[in-house]
Structures are given as structure tokens and as C-alpha cells.
Design a protein around this ligand. Structure first.
Ligand code: DX5
Ligand code: ZN
Length: 215
């Protein structure tokens, strides 16, 4: 089995104690920090922006996996690079020139990610999958943490797994939304490489153990 990654979503962290959460995550078996950026337009919610990422970067000792839920993400690629992004993921639904935007992300030395909403089929990526480092399947509609896992994601995970194998690329498959201790094992077993986890980690006092158990 390939290495499996857990990416805790800081959307569920305690924003008044963000440094504390970053530091215990540094000492946990989590692999990346998943950071959700929302503009109130593409999704209903507004989360936080570039100055907050810069502050996180000062203390984080693991890669920053930035998930942009914003319109016109191509306008901000350099800003996210400067803020410390390691992975920069953009939504398929927000990009008119997706391939061009991906190449630009790569030209700044970041890993490229493409995120699909629950209604967007994996097959739409078949001609550019080899340029994508991280394929993120939304398993909830984006905007908020704490929502229930959409069951059709299991089918999309199979589609993604087949596409990645068929094209023989090193693209990692990530699942974002509603991941918990019940479905984590099955998702990893079905071909997911990365699980983004918010509520299931931050809503318990035994959060280190949840991460360890999932891995
Ligand atoms: C939702 C975000 C997710 C979210 C996951 O729009 O992209 O990363 O924080 O949180 P949970 O695990 O609570 O579904
Ligand atoms: Zn996310």
C-alpha cells in the first residue's frame, strides 16, 4: 500500500488559539495542514485570507495544502505562493482556462491540485490528469465543515482510481468532507491517498488518537 496522508482541516480549529492547534498538530502523526479559503461568492461562507496563512506558516512544520473556494483563483496564485502554499488546489468549477492555471501554479514551484464538486464528473479531467499532483473529490458541498458524507463519492473514488492508474500518473487522490472514523479505512482501501478531516479531529478531546487510528 502507498503512503497514506491525513490532512487536518484548520477550518474546524479554534481560531482564538490557532498557534496552539498548529503546535499540537506538529507533534501529531498528521501529514499536512489543510487550509480552506472561502470568498463568500463561490461558496456561502467566508473563512480567512492570506495574512492568516502567513501566520500559520511561521509555526507549521508540515506542508500547507491550500484549498481555494474562490472565484477567479488565477488572480491570486503568486500571493498564495508568497504566503507559503505547498499544494495549491483550485476548483474545476471556477476555472475557464484550467490547464493554463495549473501550469501557472506549477511554474511557481507549487504542487497542483484540482477539486471537483459533488456534481462534477472525474472524466472531465481525463486530458489533463497527468498535470495534476492532487485530485480532490469533494464529498460534501463546499462551504462548511460538519456535513454528511455524500455516498456517490465512493463511485467517484473508483472513477478517479481507474483514471490515475489508466494514465499511469503519480496523482494523489484526496477526499474532502464528512470523513470520520467509520469511513476512513474504507476510503484508504478504495484508493484514496489523502483524507481531509475537520470535525472528526477537532470535535474530540482525543484528537491525536483519531489521527493515529485513521492512519
Ligand atoms: C468544506 C471544506 C472541508 C471541511 C471539512 O468546504 O473544504 O475541508 O473543512 O470538514 P469536515 O471534516 O468537518 O467535513
Ligand atoms: Zn477543504
Amino acid at each position: 500500500m502507498h503512503k497514506k496522508f491525513i490532512a487536518p482541516s484548520l477550518l474546524s480549529a479554534n481560531f482564538a488559539e490557532l498557534r496552539h492547534d498548529i503546535e499540537w498538530l506538529n507533534n501529531s502523526s498528521a501529514d499536512w495542514y489543510h487550509i480552506d479559503i472561502m470568498d463568500g461568492l463561490f461558496v456561502d461562507n467566508i473563512s480567512f485570507g492570506i495574512p492568516v496563512i502567513k501566520s500559520i506558516k511561521k509555526y507549521a512544520r508540515k506542508p500547507l495544502d491550500i484549498h481555494l473556494m474562490i472565484l477567479e483563483p488565477e488572480r491570486y496564485i503568486k500571493s498564495f505562493k508568497d504566503a507559503g502554499a505547498d499544494f495549491l488546489s483550485i476548483h474545476y468549477e471556477t476555472c475557464i482556462h484550467l490547464h493554463n492555471t495549473i501550469l501557472e501554479i506549477r511554474s511557481f514551484g507549487m504542487k497542483t491540485g484540482v477539486v471537483l464538486n459533488p456534481h462534477t464528473p472525474v472524466s472531465l479531467l481525463k486530458d489533463i490528469i497527468t498535470d495534476i499532483d492532487l485530485l480532490v473529490l469533494m464529498s460534501v458541498n463546499p462551504g462548511f465543515g460538519g456535513k454528511s458524507f455524500i455516498k456517490n463519492t465512493w463511485k467517484k473514488l473508483r472513477d478517479a482510481y481507474c483514471l490515475v492508474r489508466e494514465k499511469n500518473t503519480a496523482t494523489l487522490i484526496s477526499i474532502d468532507g464528512g470523513v470520520d472514523l467509520q469511513n476512513a479505512y474504507g476510503l484508504f482501501k478504495s484508493g484514496a491517498d489523502v483524507l481531509v478531516v475537520g470535525t472528526a479531529i477537532f470535535s474530540t478531546s482525543d484528537n491525536m488518537k483519531v489521527i493515529k487510528t485513521m492512519k
